[in-house]
Every structure is written in structure tokens, then in C-alpha cells.
Design a protein around this ligand. Structure first.
Ligand SMILES: C[S@@+](CC[C@H](N)C(=O)[O-])C[C@H]1O[C@@H](n2cnc3c(N)ncnc32)[C@H](O)[C@@H]1O
Length: 272
């Protein structure tokens, strides 16, 4: 610690962890200290301060101006197209075909909660198109995140060509346009299906739902069990009976909520 640019005391770390929990639900355990140092040090430089103590004081006095930057610095936004690809196979080959047999259905709502830069929600859109969702259906995909920076990227829908590496064959050609030698952009037909909104999962949810499916993947790993329980109960309230919930590969609902039954591969269906 002594060789570091800024001093970070135990009390500083504890104060940052408390603020992170309060504003994001993210639990910052002891082993996250180096990560926290690196991320908050950038904010200290940006505000031309000289210690963590000063930064915490600054944050408490200028909460309105700095809280978004603080939050953006602490969130982990790792994502990719077709990440945990079995979920998109399930959507395309099992979920949508079943919905297509319901003759009265013309409406579809899916929520990507903790969407990061949008690669998850555009993967959902591609899977639905590949599965043959009719043009006549009213299909809307809501993508929400707490981090305001990632939402801008999601709306712009521009990604480096390297981000397409793991896409199943044929999808690049059908759903992306090259905009320069380094970047692609998602085609308007997919972009028009998606609505990005800033939303703290811990706060109020202005949307009424219901959603037919919710993706909340690799978000709750950063939360404690109580926060997870409240969150999944609220998500159950946003789904009809039989609605689907998709969670991340290292997450599970065991001992958290009994409102879903597991279908395997971190896919769940609401049972009450
Ligand atoms: C690791 S990314 C997962 C992205 C995507 N779901 C996936 O699996 O590829 C986690 C995302 O959750 C968001 N997040 C963390 N805490 C949140 C909260 N309280 N409310 C909303 N989003 C949150 C972060 O900003 C981040 O973009």
C-alpha cells in the first residue's frame, strides 16, 4: 500500500463498501480491495483530490454530481454476444416454437435486467428472429442497467468486430453492418425492438410488466442472499405463471426462492 499513489485506510475501504451496498446492492468483500483501489483511484484523479478520505468526503458533499461516476466505476460490465449460448438456443428452438402454437398470442415482452452494453439483449433479439417471430407481433425487449455509460453503448449498438467472434455462423451477415474497418453496428430491425432504460434493481421499478421472460444473468453474484431473495421475488411478480427466468452460470435459486421450478441449464419457470 505504501508505494501507492493514494492512501486507502481500512476505514476508507469500509466506507466505500457501505456506500456501494447502499446504492447498488454490490457487496465489496476484503478480496476486492485492489480492484476498488484501481477503480476509485481514477475518480480521485478525475476530481483532482489526493486521498481516499478526501474522495469519500467529496462524495458525501456532492452526492448528486458524483454518485453516478462512483457507481459506474464499481460495476463490472463483462458480457458478450451469445454468452452462455444454451439460453439463446432454448429461446429459438423450444420457447418461441411453443409460443407460436398459441393462436391468440401476438405480443411478446422480454426484460434484460443488468444488460451491460446490450450484447445480451441483441442476442435475445437475434434468437427470436432466427426462431421466426412473425413481423406482425408486438415484440418489445426492455434492457436496463444501473451504469449510465453502458446504456449509451447499448443504444448506439456499435461494437468492435472482435466482439462477433463467438456468434453462431450466419448471424453476423444477417444482423450487423460494417460501419468502418474496426466496428460493426446492429441493424435497425433489431435496434427498433430494444428499449434501454437506466434502472437500479434495488429501487422502484416503473414498468408494469408482465414480461414473458426475464434475463438476469451474472448480476446477483455481486449481491448478498437477502438482496437476491427480494429481487427474485419481485421478478416473479413481473412474470405470469409459466413465465421464464434465465440466470447466470454460477448462480442458482436454491434456498433463495421457491417460486420457480428449475428446467436445467440455469433456466427457471415460475410456478407460483
Ligand atoms: C457482469 S454484467 C452482466 C451483463 C449481462 N447480463 C451478461 O450476463 O452478459 C452485470 C451488470 O449488472 C449491472 N448492475 C449491477 N448492480 C446493479 C443494480 N443494482 N441495478 C441494475 N444493474 C446493476 C452492472 O452495471 C453490469 O452491467
Amino acid at each position: 500500500m505504501q508505494t501507492r499513489e493514494f492512501a486507502m485506510t481500512e476505514a476508507d475501504f469500509a466506507a466505500i463498501a457501505r456506500l456501494a451496498l447502499e446504492h447498488t446492492g454490490i457487496v465489496l468483500a476484503e478480496h476486492k480491495k485492489d480492484m476498488v483501489y484501481g477503480r476509485i483511484a481514477r475518480r480521485i484523479r478525475a476530481r483532482r483530490l489526493s486521498s481516499f478520505t478526501q474522495y469519500i468526503d467529496y462524495l458525501s458533499r456532492h452526492l448528486q454530481d458524483e454518485i453516478s461516476e462512483f457507481i459506474n466505476a464499481l460495476t463490472t460490465n463483462l458480457t458478450s454476444f451469445y454468452r452462455e449460448s444454451h439460453h439463446f438456443d432454448f429461446l429459438q428452438r423450444r420457447w418461441l416454437p411453443e409460443l407460436l402454437t398459441q393462436s391468440t398470442r401476438k405480443r411478446l415482452r422480454v426484460w434484460s435486467a443488468g444488460c451491460s452494453i446490450g450484447q445480451e439483449v441483441y442476442s435475445i433479439a437475434m434468437a427470436l428472429k432466427e426462431g421466426g417471430i412473425p413481423h406482425s407481433w408486438d415484440c418489445k425487449l426492455l434492457a436496463t442497467d444501473l451504469d449510465s455509460n453502458v446504456l449509451e453503448t447499448g443504444r448506439a449498438a456499435r461494437y468492435p468486430i472482435a466482439a462477433l467472434e463467438n456468434l453462431p455462423a450466419g448471424l453476423e451477415k444477417r444482423y450487423f453492418e460494417r460501419i468502418n474497418t474496426k466496428e460493426v453496428q446492429v441493424i435497425p430491425a433489431l435496434r427498433n425492438m430494444v428499449f434501454f432504460k437506466r434502472l437500479n434493481l434495488l429501487g422502484a421499478w416503473p414498468m408494469t410488466g408482465p414480461f414473458d421472460a426475464i434475463f438476469c444473468r451474472n448480476v446477483v453474484i455481486y449481491f448478498n442472499k437477502d438482496t437476491q431473495r427480494q429481487l427474485f421475488d419481485r421478478m416473479a411478480d413481473m412474470l405470469p405463471l409459466g413465465g421464464h427466468l434465465f440466470i447466470g452460470h454460477s448462480e442458482n435459486l436454491h434456498g433463495i426462492t421457491g417460486r420457480f421450478e428449475p428446467l436445467g441449464q440455469t433456466i427457471y419457470r415460475k410456478i407460483h
